[in-house]
Design a protein around this ligand. Sequence first.
Ligand code: BES
Ligand code: MN
Ligand code: MN
Length: 456
Amino acid sequence: MENIQQYVEANKDRFLEELIELLKIPSISADSTKNEEVKKAGNYIKEQLLKSGADTAELIETKGHPIVYGEKMIDGNLPTILVYGHYDVQPPDPLDLWDSPPFEPVIKDGKIFARGACDDKGQMYMHIKAFELMMKNNSLPCNVKFMIEGEEEVGSDNLGDFVKENKEKLKSDVIIISDTSMIANDTPSITTGLRGLSYVEVEVIGPNRDLHSGTFGGAVPNPIQILCEMISKCKDDDNHITIPGFYDDVEVISDEERAEMAKAPFDEEAYKKDLQIGDVHGEKGYSSNERTSIRPTFELNGIWGGYIGEGAKTVLPSKANAKISMRLVPHQSSEKITELFTKHFMSLAPPSVKVKVTPHHGGEPAVTPTDFTAYQAAKKAMAESFGKEPIPVRAGGSIPIVALFEEVLGLKSVLMGFGLDSDDIHSPNEHYGIFNFLKGIETIPLFYKYYTEMSK
Ligand code: BES
Ligand code: MN
Ligand code: MN
């Protein structure tokens, strides 16, 4: 531990400078005008892996954005850890809400502000620097493979194919990922579950063209009104989702387990204050923590139609649209939920309109047991670096590839994230604490050490 802290202390400025270089590259996977930038970020990581001591590192082209793959094999008899992360980022919009430009990183109040600072460039880069540290300190205790992708934020479609086609290359014993958050800097936690996702776009079509709202209004279906009515029928007064069969496969959590989960500290007043909301809102009978972890959701992500420009325009629009995401919990299937939604939504439409449902990328939920070696090793590592035992918690977000890793490679993942829910990932002013960045670099070598020891 002392050696680790010394190395981090002596090199932290350079670690941050290198991260800043990476954060300057606008690797927005959803924006095809940024394809070259995405590739540039991939190349940067490849180079950094080589500089940090990898035997090999390559940029592997896919139908979409490239995958960075690198490895350091020291002994076939020792365990192999596979590190997964992503170097693509979410679009930075809306730009005017940023206090400083998203791709011009600044350090303020002990935090680094930039798109991707936490999700996931900052967290992923901790692994490369922890690897460098182990190489320089001569303390790498096992083999390591890195697979860093450029399409996580758009559904990891091509990574799925890559994993299926490269089982031998990826052969390892466990996967480690830092792409989640912990409770607080003085309350470390390890993520033990991720929600799945069904994402759909809907369109309600009324008259074949926009109409004068006086001449036609009153006699013609207004698609915005009808869309809103259809959406509001998807939940009842208890905020229970009304799609028939939606809850059929939901994992039932015992009262004991719920009581155990309720021990995780949560300050509802501070939560409301931070978000400036009058009250929390959600499914009756569940706590805020349960609503964002063990329960599925139905959430509107965008809704549009008609005239939204300056002033007033009296129009009865032809179409209305919405984007809807449903977060799923263990045993629910993304494909099945998308089907159930589609059937239900279609059935809600009055005969006066046409409805189209277009499914987008989805993903399956995942859970990690707490009684397996790698979780125990992560727990021991965090307990040592934080001086406090981490608490297991389920996250509300999704990393769809995790379920696929288990399905295709038969490998469990350890979700040892160092971010905070307050880091504003996907939002303006995304940031990552320097404390968290350095703590991650300190903790990861301990994970390697304990995992290797405990695997013997
Ligand atoms: N790193 C996040 C997921 C996450 C964040 C999990 C915080 C737990 C805590 C990841 O990059 C992400 O944003 N995933 C997307 C899904 C993807 C298919 C676009 C999500 O959760 O919306
Ligand atoms: Mn992420
Ligand atoms: Mn993300």
